[in-house]
Design a protein around this ligand. Sequence first.
Ligand SMILES: *Cc1c(COP(=O)(O)O)cnc(C)c1O
Length: 429
Amino acid sequence: MKYISTNFKSKSVSFQKAILKGLAPDGGLYMPENIPLFTKDFFKEKRNYHELAFEMIKPYIGEEIDDLTLKKMCKSAFNFPVTVVNINSNINILELFHGPTLAFKDFAARFMARSIQYFIQNKKDQRVVLVATSGDTGSAVANGFYKVDGIKVYILYPSGRVSKIQEKQLTTLGENIRAIEVEGSFDDCQKIVKTAFLDKSLKNNIKLSSANSINIARLLPQSIYYAWIWKKLGCINDIIVSVPSGNFGNITAGLIAKKMGLPITNFIASVNANNIFPIYLKHNKYFPKSSISTISNAMDVGNPSNFSRIKFLYNSNINKIRKDIKSNSVNDIETKNCIFNLYEKFGYLADPHTAVGVFSLEKIIKPNQTGVVLSTAHPAKFADIIETVLDTKVDLPKRLKELLEIKKDSVKIKNNYNNLKSILLDENL
Ligand SMILES: *Cc1c(COP(=O)(O)O)cnc(C)c1O
């Protein structure tokens, strides 16, 4: 399979090149040149999760990774439960947060880490992965690359602006993972990382890779659970899936699954107050904005990077996009009410991101449709918010409790690129 840029101005490249580069030279995102089509019968066949993953990912990789290795990669990457909870006659919650960092980003990060490891294993060089995080991405990426030979990960996070649990997840791994605490905001962290990627004198000495959601290796593994849930629900006809969305990687993966032949009727791009996408659908005008802070902070994105991939999939045809994707913006009060109602009526504990998805689904679903909400984070990760809404304590899973006991290990730097540069050169030359 060849990969082409959504800006159409760069040469097509192999899977290996696409994932090691991240961004295309023309600034576009890589997309597969064509989407393989499967039959409905294929999706009905009995398989376990990692077998389904192997079959669906294989056409995108072709001969670049041999079958046996790819099978092993899928088996070790997707080795945690994927569970469905039935809420009422037409709402189901697909829990994608049972991986090591308790957010759905584990699916993407674990597969990407294994792919990058595969392509660099025979080269003697050391690769440095830089990632800026507002919380969840950093720990999923760090866990994915943990103890992988030949790779060192530097996670930049904004000092004092991630939750206590998130910080411990970032700063207690050790080994090949370094946590850099930046005296600044998430945007400052992202700026420092971008500066590093543009710094020729750094790149002449160190091989850098990016691990943020522009990487196509993070998208492919997210298509699988859409097919998994369709089969789990009995291969029925009229399914609508609500996806809590920020950078729109997760929903783009669902749209790709539909293009591969999976019979899902509609998707809902469920967003918080950052409502660029619903406005785009309504007025056919795309106005990126700076992001607004909400209680579903992993979705505080004012210019979703995967928007160009959605346009690419639909040849920019707004009417086709409107037919497949609905969208709804949910404010913090509605989110809290939804957390409250789910607990009071159904005894279900939802994190704020999942609640945004449930609220939108209830608003948009038609009476005869079957609804699915992708649950993107474990409620314990957002215990502080949930405990302000519900009169109950949220239990931390054992491994989070243990984390809180471990001493944090990070390097604090001023908001200045040169501080990062000297650390990178010191430790990697
Ligand atoms: C990253 C994230 C999202 C948003 O996913 P996108 O693919 O960026 O749309 C939603 N919920 C949680 C908990 C996340 O960490």
